[in-house]
Design a protein around this ligand. Structure first.
Ligand code: NAD
Ligand code: AKB
Length: 318
């Protein structure tokens, strides 16, 4: 990667990835883009190039790639699971139509394309425990449908047109800089804010709901390490299973309670979120990522909890 365009750069991942890449590749070599400069982090908009790019507008994507002589697009623009269930048409337009435009630009201008998939690409008929890299994928959400179709489309553009497409299946991502954009795993971020702001949390998922999760620094490493991996070593290309931990609401509550003993948690299960969470794996097998490009996360649940609380205390003044 020499000249990088990030779409959806003001979202949960993009706001941190942009700053990390600017540090490593130089401010001028990382172009952030989004729907509006007012939507998010000032430091992302002000520390380097920022362009308005709606990925459903193919011309805007192509013009930005030409203008900045881009060689890699990291395509983070998307509609996530919970919002996707309330706005399935929008999820299809952005996640499929937008991805198609990005891949077409990749083909026309010989640009590499990195697009994250998700644990949402699996469904209720997928083996839930130690979910294999290559297995049944029959997701039951619009988000999941677009994710599995996106994986296939990226594979197709590599096989058919030689576009250098790569991607991981991210689990729920936890971070303190930018709030998540409307997913099913968002509770695992909100719980830290509520622990510090109110000392109590009402969990929207049942206590035995296990899902894979990851702390943001590991997620950024995953993107950069795979994007820079030697292509000769990759047997898979798109949709590598990656995970760092699997926990339930009871586990994350216990981890926070070790550091905030007065913290309490109750339950008010949201049936729409619960149905989505129940259709996703409990824990992924990420051995292909470990073997093919050295995936090796650094944060487990307690280490993440300590870091989240330390940083959120500063951010929230608590
Ligand atoms: P996010 O919702 O925080 O950010 C997405 C950004 O895309 C937002 O800033 C939004 O305004 C923008 N956007 C929406 N429509 C757009 C359009 N038409 N054109 C340009 N921008 C548009 O999402 P995120 O958490 O940063 O996720 C980035 C990618 O990673 C997505 O593909 C998502 O599916 C995937 N992912 C995220 C997680 C997670 O837990 N955050 C987990 C698995 C996969
Ligand atoms: C969501 O919950 O929608 C995302 C994801 C796991 O893809 N965090």
């Amino acid at each position: 990667m020499k000249k990088i365009l990030i779409t959806g750069a003001l979202g949960q991942i993009g706001s941190e990835l942009t700053m990390r890449l600017r540090k490593e590749y130089g401010n001028d070599n990382v172009v952030a883009s989004g729907l509006s400069a007012k939507e998010g982090s000032e430091e992302v908009v002000e520390s380097g190039h920022f362009e308005i790019v709606d990925i459903t507008n193919a011309q805007q994507v192509a013009d930005t790639v030409k203008k900045h002589n881009i060689d890699t697009i990291i395509n983070l623009a998307a509609i996530l699971s919970a919002v996707g269930e309330s706005k399935p048409n929008l999820a299809w337009d952005v996640n499929m139509g937008g991805l198609y435009n990005v891949l077409e630009v990749g083909r026309e201008f010989n640009v590499a394309v990195f697009t994250p998939s998700s644990i949402a690409a699996f469904g209720p008929s997928t083996p839930a425990k130690n979910t294999p890299q290559d297995t049944i994928q029959r997701p039951t959400t619009m988000y999941g449908v677009t994710k599995v179709a996106g994986e296939l489309l990226c594979d197709y553009y590599y096989e058919r047109f030689g576009v250098d497409t790569r991607g991981v299946r991210f689990p729920g991502l936890i971070s303190y800089k930018t709030l998540p954009g409307g997913g099913t795993t968002d509770y695992a971020v909100e719980i830290y804010y509520k622990a510090l702001q109110e000392g109590k949390f009402t969990c929207p998922l049942g206590k035995d709901t296990y899902m894979d999760m990851m702390y943001m620094p590991d997620a950024l490493d995953a993107i950069i390490d795979l994007a820079e991996a030697d292509p000769a070593k990759l047997k898979h290309r798109n949709a590598f299973n990656v995970t760092a931990m699997s926990f339930s609401p009871e586990d994350i509550f216990a981890s926070i309670k070790k550091l905030i003993p007065e913290f309490t948690m109750g339950y008010d299960v949201n049936p729409i979120l619960q149905k989505i969470a129940d259709s996703w794996p409990d824990s992924l097998d990420d051995s292909a990522a470990r073997e093919e490009w050295g995936w090796n996360p650094k944060y487990d649940l307690d280490k993440m909890t300590k870091d989240m609380l330390e940083n959120l205390r500063i951010k929230l003044g608590k």
